[in-house]
Design a protein around this ligand. Structure first.
Ligand SMILES: CC(C)(COP(=O)(O)OP(=O)(O)OC[C@H]1O[C@@H](n2cnc3c(N)ncnc32)[C@H](O)[C@@H]1OP(=O)(O)O)[C@@H](O)C(=O)NCCC(=O)NCCS
Length: 218
């Protein structure tokens, strides 16, 4: 156990045995924090895109929030976003591209998980310039039974401490613009909201500087 949240909830390192849970939780929170099961026709694909690569490529920062009823969330991090994106591009996407077919560029014809299949074949690994001061990034998604218990706050503090200890100066996360609950959560725990000024994407990020032991002491 890495961190005890009480009530039978705890944080532990994710392993390869957790890949199904990483995919399930990603699907159950994949519609801007809500259940995307009804929208997707490939229940594994969101996990293969957004969660499982973290356990494979950066396992020391991949964690499961466990509960008496099983996996109830995950906390994922990458210390160096540029290096992580390069690894994903070279070591993860080629297999994924062989697994799914490109649905083509006409989004009006996309159905089910076609948007994600298109993303597999046309990934965008560019990091907006506004994030230069926040080289690390993370993901946190909790199932409903794990929410509202202080787990999100403690988990994000834990990730920040781990990243700061490894020398990172800041962390960012991307938030779907329609995910108001998540934006309020990140603001409550001290993150700033950043708009990606680089057109035309209009993505929203939250970001926080990480204090190092020497600075905190000074
Ligand atoms: C967003 C999420 C990670 C928050 O985790 P959580 O464990 O529910 O949040 P916590 O209980 O630790 O709350 C921490 C603080 O945020 C505040 N907060 C959390 N959700 C909030 C909301 N919807 N509106 C306003 N404040 C909120 C809490 O009031 C608390 O403030 P306090 O510590 O000052 O009292 C979790 O609810 C979740 O996984 N949601 C679904 C998936 C998702 O949207 N993930 C984020 C994708 S970017």
């Amino acid at each position: 156990m890495t961190l005890d949240f009480g009530g039978g909830f705890f944080l532990r390192r994710a392993t390869t045995a957790d890949h199904a849970a990483l995919a399930m939780i990603c699907l159950k929170t994949g519609d801007a924090g809500k259940d995307a099961s009804g929208r997707e026709d490939d229940p594994e694909l969101l996990g293969l895109l957004y969660t499982i690569p973290y356990q494979v490529l950066e396992p020391e920062l991949a964690f499961i929030v466990d509960s008496p009823a099983g996996a109830a969330g995950y906390l994922l991090g990458a210390a160096d976003t540029g290096a992580f994106n390069a690894s994903v591009a070279s070591d993860w996407y080629p297999d994924l591209q062989r697994r799914v077919a490109d649905p083509g560029p006409d989004s009006s014809r996309w159905r089910g998980s076609d948007w994600a299949r298109h993303r597999v074949h046309h990934p965008d690994f560019a990091v907006p310039s506004a994030l230069t001061a926040y080289p690390s990034h993370g993901h946190i998604d909790l199932l409903p039974q794990a929410r509202g218990r202080g787990i999100g706050r403690r988990a994000m503090e834990f990730l920040g401490q781990r990243l700061a200890a490894s020398g990172s100066t800041g962390i960012h996360l991307e938030v779907m613009p329609e995910n108001d609950d998540a934006l309020r959560f990140y603001e409550a725990i001290g993150f700033d909201v950043l708009q990606d000024a680089d057109p035309p994407k209009h993505r929203i990020f939250v970001a926080k500087r990480l204090a190092h032991a020497a600075e905190a002491a000074g």
